[in-house]
Design a protein around this ligand. Structure first.
Ligand code: ATP
Ligand code: MG
Length: 565
C-alpha cells in the first residue's frame, strides 16, 4: 500500500490516534518507526469488536509504512486452546490483513520476563508477599484512601530472590505467595499500589508445558512484550487507560535507551442487539443456544462470514464508526446498512421463491421452454446477463397473490395483471382453493405474447412486477432466515435480568421447499446473491448439490426500524 506520511495534507479527517502517529513521525520519535501489534488472548473466537482493533493496528501500520505483529497473549495457562489460535489467524487473514512472519506468543517471553522480575527484585523494586489474596486486596485501600504497606514489603532482596526461585520450582502452593512490584501504596492510581506481577499456577501451559510454576500477570507481560518486539504504538481499549502509568513505569525500568513504546487507548466497539463478552458467547455455544461459534447469529467474525458478510463491509462499518475516547453503543443497523451497500453493487440478482404458489399459464404451449435474458446486476453492467427458463408452470411468492386484495395491492389477484420480471404480463383468470383448508393451491393465468420484456409492443402498463421460477427447472432448497439474536438492545447490560431472557425466539426460521432458479445449482458455500425483492442470501457450509442450503444475510430493507418507530 502507498505510504502516506501526512493525510491531513489531503484534507482527510484523521482519528486522534492517527494524529498522534503523524506527530510522532514528524518529531522523529523511535527514528520515525511505526510498529503496532494485535494481541488476542486465545480463549475464544474473534468478534466484530476485535475487528475494530485489528483494522486500527494493521491499518495504521499499512498506512504509515510500518509493521504490525500478531501476538498471542497466552499468559494464562488454564483458559487457552490451539483451536482458538487457528481460528484467530484465519479470521485476521479473512479480514484482509497479514502479519508476515511475525507471529509471536507472550509465552515465548516467559524467560525474559522472569529475568526482568529477578532484576527488579535485585534492584529493590519487587518483593515476595506471603499474604493471601484477600488480605492484599483489603490493604490496597480505595481510590480515596491510601493503601497500607504489606509487612513483607521491606524483605531483603536476597530473601525475595530465594523465595521467587522456589516459587517457580513448585515448592509453594498456588495462592500462597505472589511477587509484587514495589511502587507506591499511596498513589492515587490503584494500579500503582504495589501491583502483583507474578503468581503461582501449577497447570500445564499449551506451549511451555510444565516448564513454569509462576506466570506473569497481564500488566507485567503485555508492556514488556511490546518492548521486546520494538512496538512503538500499543493501541488498546479504554479500560486500560488507568493501567497506563504502570505500563510506563515498567517500560522505564526495562528500557536502556530512548526507545519506549507508547500506549494509546480508544473506545470499544459495542453493538446493539448482541454482546461482545467472550465468556458469554462461549456460554451460548456450550449451552447449545446457538449452533457453534460460527452460527450466523453470532457477532463472531466466523459467524458473520457464514451469515454472508464480506470483509469489505465490516471494514467499511469500522471506518464509519471511527475511534474516539467516548464509550458508546453502535447501532447494528449501521452494520446491516454496510453489508447491503456492499452486496448491492457486487453480487448477482437471482430469482428465489421462498413460499411457493404454483401458477399455470394456460395459453402458453405445453412442453415449451423459452429462455428469457436477465441482467445480473443493474448497478454493474460488466456482470453481464443470464438466461432463465420460462415455462407454462411457474412458482410465484404466495404473498404475491390475494383472493380479496385490499386497495392498492399491485400484485396478482383475480382479474388483475402483473409483469413477470424479464418475461411477460400475465392476467389472473381463476384459481383453485382447497375448500377444507382454505389454502390456494393453484392460480390460472393467461399471458399476452406481445408483452415480452425488451420487445413489448402491447402498450400495456402494469404496476406490479413479480419474481418467479419455472416449476420444471426449479431447484429445491432450504433457506435459513436469520434475525437478531436478542430482542433487547443491550441484552448483557441489564442489572436485574440475565441476558438469556432476551434471546429472540424467532432468530432462526428454517424454510424448506423453497424454489430457486436453476443457475444456482453450481453455487458454492459462501457464494452470495440478491434474491430479487427479498434480500441478500449466501450458500451455507451445509449445502450440497442435492440439498442446497442458503442463509439470509440481510433483508433488502431494515424491517426493525419500522417496528421500533
Ligand atoms: P477478555 O474479556 O477475554 O479480556 P478481550 O475482548 O479483551 O477479552 P482480547 O483477546 O484480550 O479480548 O482482545 C484482543 C484485542 O482486541 C485487545 O487489544 C482488545 O483491546 C481488543 N478488543 C477486544 N474487544 C474489543 C471491542 N469490543 N472493541 C474494540 N477492541 C476490542
Ligand atoms: Mg483482554
Amino acid at each position: 500500500m502507498e505510504k502516506n506520511q501526512d493525510p491531513a495534507v489531503k484534507g482527510e479527517p484523521v482519528s486522534f490516534i492517527e494524529q498522534f502517529i503523524i506527530d510522532d513521525i514528524k518529531e522523529g520519535k523511535n527514528n520515525g518507526r511505526i510498529h503496532t501489534r494485535f494481541p488476542p488472548e486465545p480463549n475464544g473466537y474473534l468478534h466484530i469488536g476485535h475487528a475494530k482493533a485489528i483494522c486500527l493496528d494493521f491499518g495504521m501500520a499499512l498506512k504509515y509504512g510500518g509493521k504490525c505483529n500478531l501476538r498471542f497473549d497466552d499468559t494464562n495457562p488454564v483458559k487457552e486452546d490451539v483451536e482458538y489460535v487457528d481460528s484467530i489467524k484465519e479470521d485476521i487473514h479473512w479480514l484482509g490483513f497479514d502479519w508476515e512472519d511475525r507471529e509471536y506468543y507472550a509465552s515465548d517471553y516467559f524467560g525474559r520476563l522472569f529475568e526482568f522480575a529477578v532484576d527488579l527484585i535485585k534492584r529493590g523494586f519487587a518483593y515476595v508477599d506471603d499474604q493471601p489474596a484477600d488480605v492484599i486486596s483489603t490493604q490496597k485501600g480505595t481510590p480515596t484512601q491510601p493503601g497500607a504497606e504489606s509487612p513483607f514489603r521491606s524483605r531483603p532482596a536476597k530473601e525475595n530472590l530465594d523465595l521467587f526461585y522456589r516459587m517457580n520450582e513448585g515448592e509453594f502452593e498456588e495462592g500462597s505467595r505472589v511477587l509484587r512490584a514495589k511502587i507506591d501504596m499511596t498513589s492515587p492510581n490503584m494500579h500503582m499500589r504495589d501491583p502483583i506481577i507474578y503468581r503461582i499456577i501449577k497447570s500445564a501451559h499449551h506451549r511451555t508445558g510444565n516448564a513454569w510454576n509462576v506466570y506473569p500477570m497481564y500488566d507485567f507481560a503485555h508492556g514488556q512484550s511490546d518492548y521486546f518486539e520494538g512496538i512503538t504504538h500499543s493501541l488498546c481499549t479504554l479500560e486500560f487507560e488507568v493501567h497506563r502509568p504502570l505500563y510506563d513505569w515498567l517500560a522505564d525500568q526495562l528500557r536502556t535507551g530512548d526507545y519506549k513504546p507508547r500506549q494509546i487507548e480508544f473506545n470499544r466497539l459495542n453493538l446493539t442487539y448482541t454482546m461482545m463478552s467472550k465468556r458469554k458467547l462461549l456460554e451460548l455455544v456450550q449451552e447449545g443456544r446457538v449452533n457453534g461459534w460460527d452460527d450466523p447469529r453470532m457477532p463472531t467474525l466466523c459467524g458473520l462470514r457464514r451469515r454472508g458478510y464480506t470483509p469489505e463491509a465490516i471494514r467499511r462499518f469500522i471506518d464509519l464508526i471511527g475511534y474516539t475516547k467516548v464509550e458508546a453503543i453502535n447501532d447494528v443497523s449501521l452494520l446491516e446498512h454496510a453489508i447491503r451497500e456492499d452486496l448491492n453493487v457486487r453480487v448477482p440478482r437471482v430469482f428465489g421463491v421462498l413460499d411457493p404458489l404454483k401458477v399455470v399459464i394456460t395459453n402458453f404451449p405445453v412442453g415449451m421452454t423459452e429462455d428469457v435474458e436477465l441482467v445480473n446486476n443493474p448497478e454493474d453492467e460488466s456482470m453481464g446477463t443470464r438466461k432463465v427458463p420460462f415455462t407454462r408452470e411457474i412458482y410465484i411468492e404466495r404473498e404475491d397473490f390475494m383472493e380479496n386484495p385490499p386497495h392498492k395491492f399491485f400484485r396478482l389477484a383475480p382479474g388483475t395483471e402483473v409483469r413477470l420480471k424479464g418475461a411477460y404480463i400475465i392476467k389472473c383468470e381463476s384459481f383453485n382453493k382447497n375448500n377444507k383448508t382454505g389454502i390456494i393451491e393453484e392460480v390460472y393465468c393467461t399471458y399476452d405474447p406481445a408483452t415480452r420484456s425488451g420487445g413489448d409492443t402491447s402498450g400495456k402498463k402494469v404496476k406490479g412486477t413479480l419474481h418467479w421460477v419455472s416449476v420444471k427447472h426449479a431447484l429445491d432448497a432450504e433457506v435459513r432466515l436469520y434475525d437478531r439474536l436478542f430482542v433487547h438492545e443491550d441484552p448483557a447490560g441489564q442489572k436485574d435480568d440475565d441476558y438469556r431472557k432476551f434471546i429472540n425466539p424467532e432468530s432462526l426460521r428454517i424454510l424448506s421447499g423453497c424454489k430457486l432458479e436453476p443457475s444456482l445449482k453450481s453455487a458454492k458455500p459462501l457464494d452470495k446473491f440478491q434474491f430479487q425483492r427479498l434480500g441478500y442470501f449466501c450458500v451455507d457450509y451445509d449445502s450440497t448439490e442435492s440439498k442446497p442450503v442458503f442463509n439470509r444475510t440481510a433483508s433488502l430493507k431494515d424491517t426493525w426500524a419500522k417496528i421500533n418507530r
